[in-house]
Design a protein around this ligand. Structure first.
Ligand code: TYD
Ligand code: MG
Length: 435
């Protein structure tokens, strides 16, 4: 097949016919890779798939046909989805290698196979490896079929034969379409493969889960366009050093985004955690300096998390600022504000901050607990027991209100904590928050 050589940004999918160092679209450097693009057959166009008969409908009648949802029985997971898996939807499950994507999808496959055929396409592991995992999870369903195949056109044939209700594609980076000449995992392959899967499944009313690995930077390997093709994007987060995994909705055509469920990786696969706050605080040290409790919001759910800080005398002339779970720029600002407002010579100290459990916090409300933990560690005085903090810190040290304070307070009280209130600037922290 004749193809044309183009350079494609592996980050955003921007196309150019001449190699350039910097992508004009997303600004990343050195992201262009030469690919041979063959115009795809009409069938694989990305995006919403037109039903076979198209006629205009009065607006008020469109809502009548509600999306059919299939509850999995996993309470928290169903909630993140928006009330169960929407029949015929295509979802992307992303996460770092080894986080538990294959394990989880095998568990979901088992649930689905109680009511119909399920096809698990493994393009990464051998069927024996899947079988081994299934044994470990105690899965032995007759309706669960495993297919080791990388070629999507071959997968299509088997889908037609088995007529599954659910298909798992593990993973998008190892699947390919033979008529596209670039390698599996490249932008063109990933995009066209996802479009192929979407068309295949939407046309037959099949529900699909696609596994996608994320790179170290946290973006889904391959183009951003992948996210536009599918109906929903879910991400598994967590530290492999810990046993818990956070399952988050990043995009959801059938529900709200930012929702989160917590799972624990056990000997028998992933198990839902019903009270994440209690779970995340279970190993919290008491009476130790440098540990603060934060009441955060994840989607519509409040959650209590432990924020730790360690302040030690700097070894090198440039002090270190290290953050895990929060933005490191934010940390630098908080440290600078503390230095200015409280007069601590933090320029001579290394500051390390960590959100326990490998959870990533993205809201400014975490400023106050971070500041409290840093001050607590610096002064070597613990934070008052059972105190919960939240609040945004401004550049002049003022503490600002954050959204949904009531919900946060309720979650704190439910778990036997008290919220630090009435604090106007961070200079009040040593007196009001510390022992
Ligand atoms: P896996 O599902 O293979 O991750 P991914 O598909 O995201 O790459 O999960 C890998 C890890 O999970 C591996 O380190 C073993 C662990 N695990 C358990 O702890 N318990 C279990 O029951 C199973 C099946 C796996
Ligand atoms: Mg896997």
């Amino acid at each position: 097949m004749k193809g044309k050589s183009v350079y494609i940004c592996q980050n955003c999918g921007y196309k150019t016919y001449r190699w350039t160092g910097k992508c004009p679209e997303c600004g990343s450097w050195g992201s262009f890779v030469e690919e041979v693009v063959v115009s795809a057959p009409k069938k694989t166009r990305a995006g919403w798939v037109k039903p076979s008969t198209s006629e205009p409908l009065p607006l008020e009648r469109i809502g009548e046909k509600q999306a059919e949802r299939i509850p999995t029985g996993l309470k928290e997971f169903d909630r993140v989805l928006g009330g169960g898996i929407v029949k015929g939807s295509v979802s992307l499950i992303s996460g770092e290698p080894g986080i538990g994507k294959s394990t989880f999808l095998l568990q979901i496959s088992d649930i689905f196979s109680q009511s119909g055929n399920v096809l698990y396409v493994t393009a990464e592991e051998s069927p024996e490896q899947i079988a081994l995992r299934a044994t470990r999870l105690g899965i032995k369903s007759k309706n669960l079929f495993v297919l080791a195949e990388n070629n999507l056109q071959e997968v299509e044939k088997q889908v037609e034969r088995i007529k599954p209700e659910l298909v798992v594609f593990d993973s998008i980076q190892t699947l390919y379409l033979p008529y596209i000449e670039s390698a599996a995992g490249s932008v063109s392959q990933v995009r066209e493969s996802a479009a192929f899967i979407t068309n295949l499944c939407k046309g037959k009313g099949i529900t699909a889960f696609i596994v996608g690995h994320v790179t170290k930077e946290g973006t889904i390997a391959g183009p951003k366009v992948l996210e536009h093709i599918v109906d929903a994007v879910f991400q598994f987060e967590g530290d492999r050093g810990y046993n818990f995994r956070v399952f988050r909705s990043l995009k959801n055509r059938f529900g709200s985004t930012g929702e989160l469920a917590v799972f624990e990786m056990t000997e028998k696969g992933l198990v839902e955690v019903s009270n994440p706050s209690e779970f995340f605080l279970s190993e919290r040290p008491t009476g130790k300096p440098g540990s603060a409790i934060f009441a955060g919001m994840e989607g519509s759910c409040p959650i209590l998390l432990e924020v730790q800080a360690l302040v030690t005398r700097a070894v090198f002339t440039t002090p270190q600022r290290r953050a895990k779970g929060i933005d490191s720029n934010r940390l630098s600002i908080i440290v600078a504000v503390i230095e200015k407002e409280l007069g601590y010579p933090l320029r001579n100290f290394d500051v390390f901050v960590n959100v326990v459990g490998g959870v990533k916090v993205n809201e400014p409300a975490v400023d106050l607990p971070i500041a409290a933990a840093i001050i607590s560690s610096y002064l070597d005085r613990p934070i008052k027991e059972n105190l919960v903090l939240f609040g945004e810190i401004g550049l002049t040290g003022e503490v600002r209100k954050v959204r949904l304070e009531e919900l946060r307070q309720k979650e704190a009280e439910k778990n036997g904590f008290e919220v630090l209130k009435g604090i106007k600037t961070i200079s009040e922290l040593p007196e009001k928050a510390l022992v």
